[in-house]
Design a protein around this ligand. Sequence first.
Ligand SMILES: *[C@@H]1O[C@H](CO)[C@@H](O)[C@H](O)[C@H]1NC(C)=O
Ligand SMILES: *[C@@H]1O[C@H](CO)[C@@H](O)[C@H](O)[C@H]1NC(C)=O
Ligand SMILES: [Cu+2]
Length: 332
Amino acid sequence: MMARWSQLAIVSLFIVSTLGLAVSQPRDGCTSLNRRKSWYALSKLEQLEYIRAARCLINHPPITGSVEGAKNVWDELHRTHIWQGNYIHYVGHFLPWHRYLIRAHELLLQRLCGYNGAQPYWDELGDYESGSIHEAAIFDPVFGFGGDGGEDGCVQDGPFRDLTLHMSRESNHDNYCLSRSFDQQWFTWANRSNIEECFVVTEYNDAWQCYNEFPHSAGHAVIGGVMGDPVESSGDPMFYLHHAYLDRLWWQWQQADEANRLTAIGGANVPPQSILNLVGLHGPDPSLVDYNGDEGDTTTLRHILWLHGIVPNVTVADVLDLGGEVICATYE
Ligand SMILES: *[C@@H]1O[C@H](CO)[C@@H](O)[C@H](O)[C@H]1NC(C)=O
Ligand SMILES: *[C@@H]1O[C@H](CO)[C@@H](O)[C@H](O)[C@H]1NC(C)=O
Ligand SMILES: [Cu+2]
């Protein structure tokens, strides 16, 4: 099932020696950048504070009033990813949509839960190069997200071991545990050469597919369980640290040619049927096909990013500059 994540091999003969530094300047209406750091760059107190805020979302009453069955804000966030799961993946707006979802999550932590920090990311390359997924400190039961699933698949320890998920592909009234199934073999996908191959791709429409394939798939597949499901994966709090990591890679790519890549977009809006079949997704819900503001099956700057009213609608153009008003962030 993990192999489902692997698609569209992009092979490059180029290797670069440096991935560049992800630093951005605040622009427009963004006055104070959210400084997003590696989990491992946070102090122990900052780690505990993030976990407190993440747990707060799980205990916070729903805010939209429009997600049927939602018992808390976590359910609402989970649902927006599930509901649109068939057409925010394997499409040109894959990276922008997830960038905005990360921002929404960061804003909710700050506004609803008094979190003063920024969204951290999981340094997957660092953990891959230093050893086994089973040893990675980000899965610490106290200063991390708890570890692997047990015999029943459910996470056994840490701050999210009691997390009950209510949203699934089938229902808004489900009850299932946060599961994981660590599998070291997929961690190789997180390797440096896979990242370097994507970094040297010049066209956005090739680059997003490259990042999607191995750097993105690695984190989902190596954790497995809920994270191993393309649609339900956002039920695991690790999802946001994984996607922030991916977003940082994309931002590094954008920064390598800011003159062109702060407006670079493209790709299909509707995933090819062959991929939908392979990953177990189905075609777009007809009621939502026209939701995105594009005139045809190509993602443009006008494409609407919609998060179920959790945060206001924005367009792809609004999120391409990480230091702009909407995202207002930098990666360290
Ligand atoms: C990196 O992973 C790819 C598979 O995604 C593999 O083909 C390649 O050999 C790996 N490279 C290294 C240096 O481990
Ligand atoms: C946001 O976008 C969605 C999808 O296009 C649309 O259904 C909804 O009405 C929009 N919301 C607002 C407030 O414009
Ligand atoms: Cu996703």
